[in-house]
Design a protein around this ligand. Sequence first.
Ligand code: UDP
Length: 354
Amino acid sequence: MKVLTIIGARPQFIKASVVSKAILEQSSLSEVIVHTGQHFDANMSDIFFEQLGIPKPDYQLDIHGGTHGQMTGRMLMEIESVMLKEKPDRVLVYGDTNSTLAGALAAAKLHIPTAHIEAGLRSYNMRMPEEINRILTDQVSDILFCPTDVAVENLRKEGFEEKPIKILNVGDVMQDSAMFFAQRATAPIGLDQQEGFVLTTLHRAENTDDPVRLASIVQALNEINRNVAPVILPLHPRTRGVIERLGLKLEVQVIDPVGYLEMIGLLQRCGLVLTDSGGVQKEAYFFGKPCVTMRDQTEWVELVSCGANVLVGADQQKIVASVSTSMGKLIQDDGQLYGGGQAASRIADTLARL
Ligand code: UDP
């Protein structure tokens, strides 16, 4: 079976790294990889292919920038051309980016069955571009590889069970990646602080595209750095651009985005994770670190229920107070929430048995 995989953004490279390895181990499967180009900086793209041993993409579409509509539309056109040429038996898409939606939609229109990895997640906030992408991708896919029981339940509530599709809780491929690469982690050089710091990431549109929220977060980070613990911030290029345009002043250790092995090194050494990322919330848990999330909702509600994660939105005082109380909290992954690191092989097995 020829599988056409569509990837384009940093978290998708990390997820695909383990699934592509599992696909390689199945003699009945072959994989063609399309990189849309959504993320294109060397430290947002190339470094992941080098570090994680992801096969070189067969197609580089080099599509990035513009509005959501422009980006998704251009991807749809180019991906369709690749599909017409390659004639895959199945398409594989990951997560919730514009690349995910464009890949799933192009496949649906050509009647090519699509499997969605990380299906069923919901924030119930339709202002998030990711929420629109994931709902529509689930609608046109025929295999929904869910990472959690909650994701399966979300699909049930939307009536998916009545359709002739497969819904499988295979666990979370990000746990596979975290476990596989943990032994190879390295610390980024040039850190002011070697451990016990607050590891921060910040790139969600609801924060970066709202000057009031962003200013409040920047003030919170500065206050934490002054009064609670040093803050290390590998800064997403888009966020860096907005902060510079708005003239906001970050008084924390800002570094360029790091490779995944360095990121794991930071996760292993930090005292707490403060983030608005989806993936990093779970990685905090995998590495036993408390997490404070600067969003109003999360798709990973099980982490909030078990007390590993606290949602604080963008309110300066709430962020600072929550970081102060959560610092040093003991977090233990019992291997139950995210499947324990078997997701990639379960996905490849399922595809091989079709
Ligand atoms: N990540 C990384 N380097 C960084 C920041 C994040 O390797 O400088 C990794 C992180 O460990 C996680 C993934 O990127 O595996 C998360 O991606 P991101 O936060 O961009 O996207 P989201 O998960 O929010 O969709």
